[in-house]
Design a protein. Structure first.
Length: 625
């Protein structure tokens, strides 16, 4: 345990988190907060991005006395290379997730699975037509086969551009063409980023950054978009429904299984297996009232959006959820899963189960899940959890709160349907100034910040200014716990939002899904730009990741900016060691792509920056303020 741990009140704004942090300390269980304290202060060179481990002539660090690494790279080159690889890591994570969905579609097409099926045939026809596949009068399996080939092709090297660039406004595409930023293939751009950043290749920081942007675009308009769209095709396109959030969704009298990670391919099967009458009967025979599935992080978002499954918590709640002592199993796929969960699970009766060959955890129980065996494996996992229930120590159970209500399920299809079949009413509300603009608040928790203080603070400030907020990823749970994801939250909003959202019966903060689902926001921006016959950078919109931590969040931020969306971060990436790179990020990109990053740790000030930006964009469009 760290010396003089910081009080729980400083670490998080939530009562449920504070209670569990204190419980962990009382039980001598270390969490992310103690580990951060032990790791602080961090290496200054790594923080500035000026340490280089790319070859074994080094490692090098750039200082005033040694301004070049052994190879001769200066701070600009070292920082740009490090950042480029950071973005490539994020793009790889999202996009490999997208690829897994194509593989499930392939298994469906080839008849290799009975566990997955095409649920939304209309959507498959629609997106297939968008990428140039003939759909008229054709059998759905034939269309699915062509879509599968097309999307696999988007990962390769044979295309001039990824298929969903069909959604990008021409003005934006022209900018990308001029800058050499059109994403050709997902794997290609990621591999090229790794190539360029090998010693002795791309030694011009601005050039490296342009390819980082291209790599991020391959994620946003490629891998992530494919991931989102095929998840809808296979598991259903989200529609609005009510659910709940916070640690109170864990039920004292039930077998609790938490699904954690990102891809719905596994968590959907766990959910299905938990509803198997035979297994439910086994749970009841073991003395439980039933089986309760709750979500963590983005696979939680996936189940929440489509199935209304409650959300136990976001990134910094994952360790704390186990500390309730009432979790029988944590079932994970991949990404954002702290390895510490294995140790914390072992302090309780909790089974920690990993399911992906590419994301194994030492000490976990492994189930090798594939499309052909998914449901059968899921039933075994749920049975393990039922078995663990009898080992639960009731004296260690503490579920610290009652759940709060949330509304979820705002896919673009659901929004258009709520608007009566087209985006026109939204365009009119923006033109009239009732909705002055929109900001997507996305991303993570980071223990360097008081948990969710910025995520929630910014959302509250924006809606007061009649700026509609869309949330994804870990901001979802934050907004939900703060009471922002229910229609009544219009009472916290400005008069325009109150009028429009009140009339539609929707919250002023809309849950738009998981982190790959930021692709939904890109698509919405493109559709709005087309409706107004302008570029995305002309729209009164913005993006923010206040408490971000991951490579994926960096990729999202960069594809938002490269798509023309002004993007706020609560803290900078590790680039401040290069003035050139920093200047490009916070201003130079504005000249190139019509948007840039802004760094601001204070949510009130960040909201003011968005306010100014939106005002300027509205004036640019000739709209009143
Ligand atoms: O992809 S928001 S902490 S869980 S990286 Fe991770 Fe960040 Fe959460 Fe989802 Ni996104």
């Amino acid at each position: 345990m760290a010396k003089d741990p910081r009080p729980a009140e400083e670490l998080t704004i939530w009562e449920d988190a504070r209670a569990m942090i204190n419980k962990a300390r009382a039980e001598g269980i270390e969490t992310v907060h103690e580990r951060l304290q032990k790791q602080t202060p961090h290496c200054k060179f790594c923080e500035l991005g000026t340490s280089c481990r790319i070859c074994t002539m080094g490692p090098c660090k750039i200082t005033p006395k040694s301004p070049r690494g052994v190879c001769g790279a200066d701070a600009d080159v070292v920082v740009a290379r490090n950042f480029g690889r950071f973005v490539a890591g994020g793009a790889a994570g999202h996009s490999d997730h997208g690829r897994d969905l194509i593989e499930v579609l392939e298994a469906i097409v080839e008849g290799e699975t009975k566990d997955y099926k095409i649920t939304d045939e209309d959507k498959l026809r629609r997106i297939s037509a968008e990428v140039g596949i003939e759909t008229e009068g054709r059998d759905i399996k034939d269309i699915a086969r062509d879509a599968m080939e097309c999307f696999f092709g988007d990962f390769g090297s044979r295309k001039k551009e990824v298929s969903f660039l069909s959604r990008v406004p021409q003005k934006r595409k022209d900018i990308w063409t001029k800058l050499g930023m059109v994403p050709r293939g997902v794997d290609r751009e990621i591999a090229e980023m790794m190539h360029r950043t090998h010693m002795g290749c791309d030694n011009d920081a601005p050039n490296t950054l342009l390819h980082a942007a291209r790599t991020s675009l391959a994620d946003g308009w490629g891998g992530s978009m494919i991931g989102t769209e095929l998840s809808d095709v296979i598991f259903g396109t989200p529609t609005p429904s009510m659910s709940q959030a916070n640690l109170g969704v864990i039920k004292e009298d039930k077998v609790n299984i938490l699904v954690h990670g990102h891809n719905p391919v596994v968590s959907e099967m766990i959910l299905a297996a938990s509803r198997d009458p035979e297994i439910v009967a086994e749970a009841k025979a073991a003395g439980a009232a039933g089986i309760n599935i709750a979500g963590l992080c983005c696979t939680g978002n996936e189940l929440l959006m489509r199935k209304g499954i409650p959300m136990a918590g976001n990134h910094l709640m994952t360790e704390l959820a186990i500390l309730t002592g009432a979790v029988e199993a944590v079932v994970v796929d991949y990404q954002c899963i702290m390895p510490s969960l294995v140790q914390i699970s072992s302090c309780y009766h909790t089974r920690f189960i990993d399911t992906a060959a590419k994301a194994r955890f030492t000490g976990a129980t492994h189930f090798d899940i594939h499309p052909h065996n998914a449901y059968e494996q899921a039933t075994e996992i749920v049975r393990l959890a039922v078995k663990a229930y009898s080992e639960r120590d009731a004296s260690r159970v503490d579920i610290p709160c009652e759940p709060v209500e949330i509304m979820t399920g705002f896919s673009n299809e659901a929004v258009i349907s709520a608007l009566g079949g087209s985006l026109d009413p939204l365009v009119q509300a923006i033109a009239a100034g009732d909705i002055r603009g929109a900001v997507g608040i996305v991303g993570c928790n980071n223990p360097k910040f008081q948990q969710d203080s910025m995520n929630v603070g910014l959302a509250k400030e924006l809606i007061k200014k009649d700026i509609l907020v869309l949330v994804t990823g870990c901001v979802t749970t934050a907004a939900g716990k703060a009471g922002l994801l229910v229609p009544d939250a219009i009472e916290m909003a400005g008069p325009g939002i109150k009028k429009v959202c009140g009339a539609l019966g929707i919250p002023p903060v809309l849950h738009y899904g998981s982190c790959v689902d930021n692709a939904r926001i890109l698509q919405l921006c493109a559709a709005l730009a087309d409706a107004l016959n302008v570029d995305i950078s002309d729209l009164p919109v913005g993006a923010s990741s206040p408490e971000w931590y991951s490579e994926k969040a960096a990729a999202i931020g960069l594809y938002a900016v490269a798509s023309g969306i002004y993007t706020h971060l609560g803290h900078p990436p590790n680039i401040l060691g290069s003035e050139t790179v920093t200047n490009i990020a916070v201003s130079g990109l504005e000249d190139l792509v019509g948007a840039s990053f802004v760094i601001e740790p204070d949510p009130v000030k960040a909201a003011e920056l968005f306010d100014e930006r939106i005002k300027a964009k509205r004036i640019g469009l000739g709209l009143s303020e």
